[in-house]
Design a protein around this ligand. Sequence first.
Ligand code: NAD
Ligand code: MLT
Length: 316
Amino acid sequence: MDIQRVLVADAVDAACVDLLTKNNFKVDCKYKQSEEELIKNIQEYDALIVRSDTKVTENIIKAGKHLKIIGRAGAGVDNIDINAATANKILVLNTPGGNAISACELTCSFITSLARNVVPAAASLKAGRWDRKLYAGHELYGKTLAIIGLGRIGKEVAIRMQSWGMKTIGFDPIVSAEEAKTFNVESMNLEQIWPLADYITVHTPLIPQTRNLINDKVFSVCKKGVFVINVARGGIISEKDLLAALKDGRCGGAALDVFQQEPPVDAVTLEIIQHPKVIATPHLGASTSEAQVRVAVEISEQIIALTGKNKQYTET
Ligand code: NAD
Ligand code: MLT
């Protein structure tokens, strides 16, 4: 495949540009471009590399007269119009797994922080209060963690939270009960899971089958005060139904790294973020130095390998 010019449109780690440049690609970095700017600029490039900020729309893809590759330095490709890319014979690459440990570790931090009210208690002390009663928590030992989606991240979360003494149950349509058992997750259907879970964490892509998977009906059949965590994609937990469940106590707390719209503007999302029982972070699951270097190197190596230029690889 003949690739000469590469446009990096989001802030991917410098390891990406270094590696491509060492392998004789001409690389330009232009961040935070509007759709109109990208439509104009993309015409000069053979490959485009993004994280999640840039939405690679059909209009951008069609404008890419020389475009052959769209590389996503990360797992989810939901910011890329895959159908338009396929129709225009453009290859979409991603780096699944490169940031899985980081997303898993944020999920585990969320679970332990929710159990002990770490975030509101720390904020309260900083604000000059000494409120020991208000922020008493509970142990995770002996509690049940339901993991929806037992892929790369879901599996790693299970393994880590078992060391806290949590019982792990889960559901994934393509991971068999036997496979789940190898990492000590008891596979069940969703209807069996809901009434057993003390904590529910979602690790699926956002697809029609998972949109609003955790909804009003689910909150109504869960244990009162169930905790929910989403480090996957906004929209898997219905924000409207989550807010209602937080208000009436069916949900005891939520930790969210991802939102229906990012950055959030919707009134419901903003109210959730401000809710005292919610921990919210601005899509930081993959934001560690290690994960960012890994995905930057992996996406560059794939492009180099595809063009047959692989003269020089980095040591990782
Ligand atoms: P993965 O592909 O390894 O695992 C996803 C799993 O979800 C698969 O095993 C799949 O079978 C399962 N699944 C699909 N439909 C399902 C359904 N209806 N019910 C239950 N399970 C279902 O992906 P991963 O690397 O583990 O990533 C999981 C999610 O986390 C993705 O949405 C990814 O984009 C997101 N992610 C977010 C961050 C972040 O910064 N917050 C970082 C990395 C990944
Ligand atoms: C991903 O899908 O890899 C994440 O959302 C992280 C990111 O966009 O950097």
